[in-house]
Design a protein around this ligand. Structure first.
Ligand code: TYM
Length: 517
């Protein structure tokens, strides 16, 4: 079942609404709704269709996450190409992030992280998570030291979502900034003029120059060589897939525009709708108004009170009205929130039918929501309590030992090529493993790794060779062969014509010269 949210609008309807969706501001149009169809058109992304979801299920042998099945992650850029490459046996990495501006996350922030966790498990790929402490310092009335502290606090909530410590790297900009990262940033920055940045991000003469210079910081992690300890030094060693809500699209529209010019692949995106504010889609979830959202730190009592007192209802004003007309599901927050967090499709369908027809009352759906969210938040809090500073350091550490490139895809590789026995023991055993993996990598065409770089990461020249071999392997089919033959014929005919024309012109030229003489 898909969320009960309309996708299509007419031109006239569009003109009336003045919605704003930027990385820093999200507000609904005049009708109190976000027009997602308009966003898809304006931003130029594509809608995710049932066929693409089916292909994802097939190649991962995993049932689609409810966010995908219900159209909550609804838009993409080249997700289909990532899936096609994966079907061929190519790997990719995931990149997502958080701007640490508050002590804790609200439920809307959990949406991309829960989905990213699903993607990581289903596709068995590594993940990098950026904490933009610098962004929040530049935009908010906060000290940089506060933003750096909040980055670590928020990271605990992110880790509590269950990311694999062996294949997940979390970094905060102010701490991680390194040569490889900076080199990417500066290359990206040179490709974007101030006028373009104004067009994309709405900068004005009052924007501080840190803000104007920030977009390349969020763009850079789209290229794998920002993380040499994981992915090596080759900008094309891996493609990148970015899960986020659609508010982050402008950053990556810019990134995709410059990718080829700096020698990288365009990052792919998978984008979600917004988890609406408690008081309705037109409102904003804000840290300064605790009744606008539910936070992952809220107690059971707070969750219950907030939902009962503040959740915007599309139900009838009286019991009689509700029984008679049913609820308006398009604006009802408890219904929308259940679409995100109630896993059982059948139960959700039943609630939608009963509440929409008036058989169920507002108090009842609110109680169902309380029953779904309370254990979810309590479980999150239990997992977060286990995230000590030591645990966090494991995710943040780029210096430990360089990662083994292939090991980052171990589960994937095992699925494809059978199990690798990782022996228990000290460093010597680890060396054995590395040696074995390097051997395997060499067979695949990679050479020695550079110091501080992922062991066995492909180098540019290897990668070009591997791609060439792949292209030969994926030689044109019969259909495309005949198209190629046809194209070749046309080319020969055109060349012949051009040669005849040139010969005639030359003859004319000679004649003219003779006449002159
Ligand atoms: P931030 O901290 O505003 O948001 C973190 C992530 O949560 C998404 N999000 C939401 N998703 C659903 N419903 C909502 N109501 C909602 N509010 C926020 C955001 O889209 C984001 O995915 N600049 C970024 C941090 C960042 C980043 C990235 C995000 C750096 N690199 C790469 C995504 C991908 C920020 O301030 O996010």
């Amino acid at each position: 079942m898909r969320a009960d949210l309309p996708m299509t609008t007419t031109k006239e309807e569009e003109e009336e609404s003045e919605q704003v969706v930027t990385p820093w501001d999200v507000s609904a149009g005049a009708d109190g709704k976000i027009d997602y169809a308009k966003l898809v058109r304006e931003f130029g992304c594509s809608e995710i269709d049932a066929h693409l979801i089916e292909r994802m299920e097939k190649c991962t042998r995993t049932k689609a996450h409810p966010f995908l099945r219900r159209g909550l992650f609804f838009a993409h850029r080249e997700l289909d190409e990532i899936v096609t490459a994966y079907e061929r046996g190519e790997k990719f990495y995931l990149y997502t992030g958080r701007g640490p501006s508050s002590e804790s996350l609200h439920l809307g922030h959990l949406v991309p992280f829960q989905f990213t966790k699903w993607l990581q498990d289903a596709f068995k790929v590594p993940l990098v998570i950026q904490l933009t402490d610098d962004e929040k310092f530049l935009w908010k009335d906060l000290q940089l030291e506060d933003c750096r502290r909040l980055a670590r606090e928020n990271a605990k909530d992110i880790v509590a979502c269950g990311f694999n410590p062996e294949t997940t790297f979390i970094f905060a900009d102010a701490s991680y900034m390194c040569s490889s990262f900076y080199v990417n940033m500066v290359k990206i920055a040179k490709c974007v003029t101030f006028n373009q940045a104004k067009g994309i991000f709405g900068f004005t003469g009052d924007s501080n120059i840190g803000q104007i210079g920030f977009p390349p910081v969020q763009a850079a992690p789209s290229f794998p060589d920002c993380f040499p300890h994981m992915f090596g030094m080759n900008k094309k060693s891996l493609k990148c897939l970015i899960p986020c809500a659609i508010d982050q699209d402008p950053y990556f529209r810019m990134t995709r525009d410059v990718s080829h010019r700096i020698g990288g692949y365009k990052p792919a995106l998978v984008e979600s709708r917004f988890f609406p504010a408690l008081k309705g889609e037109s409102g904003k979830m804000s840290a300064s108004d605790p009744t606008s959202a539910i936070y992952v730190t809220d107690t059971a009592k707070e969750i219950k009170n907030k939902i009962n007192k503040h959740a915007f209802s599309g139900g009838g004003a009286t019991i009689e009205e509700q029984r008679e007309n049913g609820a308006n599901l398009e604006v009802d927050v408890p219904w929308k929130w259940l679409n995100f967090f109630l896993e059982d499709d059948e139960k959700l369908k039943e609630i939608g039918e009963k509440y929409g027809s008036g058989e169920m009352l507002t108090g009842e759906i609110k109680q169902i929501l309380v029953d779904v969210l309370t254990p979810m938040v309590e479980d999150h809090q239990k997992r977060r309590a286990l995230v000590t500073d030591e645990v966090l350091d494991v995710y943040f550490n780029p210096k430990k030992i360089p990662k083994v490139f292939l090991d980052l895809f171990r589960e994937y590789e095992e699925k494809e090529f059978g199990k690798w026995e990782k022996k228990k023991g000290g460093d010597a055993e680890n060396d054995d493993l590395c040696a074995a993996l390097e051997e395997k990598m060499k067979l695949e065409g990679a050479t020695e790794n550079e110091e501080g770089c992922a062991i066995g990461a492909p180098k540019s020249e290897d990668w070009l060779r591997i791609r060439k071999e792949r292209m030969q392997r994926d030689a044109p089919t019969e259909g495309s062969k005949s198209a190629l033959k046809k194209a070749a014929k046309i080319k020969v005919a055109a060349e012949k014509k051009a040669a005849e024309k040139a010969a005639k012109a030359a003859a004319r030229g000679e004649a003219a010269t003779c006449n002159k003489n």
